[in-house]
Design a protein around this ligand. Structure first.
Ligand code: APR
Length: 229
């Protein structure tokens, strides 16, 4: 069975990372058009860098949860038949042991040099304008896909959606495209579709099966059921 799993902020919520649109979410305290666009970075680079430096520091204080670990177990069994696509910029899937992870919105623990175009693993800050390890220019930005920018690895994702037998969406509100459209794409290509989410999402009607609950409850149960089927 070929499976594509899409995760969103909800899968990391129980690790202690804020989601975006829930009560107390990141977009309640920050206007995304002020901290997450190339235009805002050009206008207010310090404000944007500080926002992501704080999120990178918060990431160092949290650990993967049972949902992340269950998906890593699933990969151990399915191998190349599983593609894990995440909208999250955290590295909790990898820290739980997942290897085949596509970060469609980029990664918080990476810096992108806009002078030489290189990407570098990054756990520190960028507000102090550190030099690029490659070219030495102080032109590093978070390697995160901002609103209005092109998401990463779309060809690989579309290829997997065309071929998958099962599409599973975990912890996402289904309002941000292109990720919010993956379910319709998989459905049109004949896949079974399953949603695991705390609340109904904007795309719930596109799922053959939509289950509400926390990721740490629903995901391990679903993985055990799939692996014992
Ligand atoms: N378990 C399962 N689902 C949860 C949990 C939990 N513990 N906590 C919250 N959720 C669900 C919420 O019900 C909501 O549907 O996770 C979803 C989180 O939605 P958003 O905050 O909108 O996050 P997400 O869908 O990942 O956002 C998509 O928007 O802001 C941009 O680039 C950013 O990648 C992000 C994209």
């Amino acid at each position: 069975m070929r499976v594509v799993v899409l995760t969103g902020a909800g899968v990391s919520a129980e690790s202690g990372l804020a989601t975006f649109r829930d009560a107390g979410g990141l977009w309640e305290g920050h206007d995304p058009m002020v901290v997450a666009t190339p235009e805002s970075f050009a206008a207010e680079p310090e404000l944007v860098q500080r926002f992501y430096d704080e999120r990178r520091a918060a990431l160092a204080r949290v650990e993967p949860n049972p949902a992340h670990r269950a998906l890593a177990r699933l990969e151990e069994t399915l191998g190349d038949d599983l593609l894990l696509v995440t909208q999250n910029v955290d590295d909790l899937h990898e820290r739980a042991g997942s290897r085949r992870v596509v970060h469609v919105h980029g990664r918080l623990r990476a810096a992108w040099c806009t002078a030489c175009d290189a990407r570098h693993g990054w756990t520190g800050t960028l507000l102090d304008l550190p030099p690029c390890p490659g070219c030495g220019a102080s032109r590093l930005r978070p390697d995160v896909v901002w609103f209005g920018e092109v998401p990463y690895d779309m060809d690989r994702i579309e290829g997997a959606l065309v071929d998958c037998d099962l599409f599973v969406s975990i912890g996402t509100s289904g309002v941000v495209y292109p990720a919010a459209g993956f379910v319709q794409y998989a459905l049109a290509c004949g896949a079974e579709t399953l949603e695991l989410n705390l609340d109904a999402s904007a795309g719930s009607s596109f799922f053959h099966d939509s289950r509400q609950g926390t990721a740490t409850e629903l995901v391990p149960t679903w993985v055990e059921d799939l692996l014992s089927a």
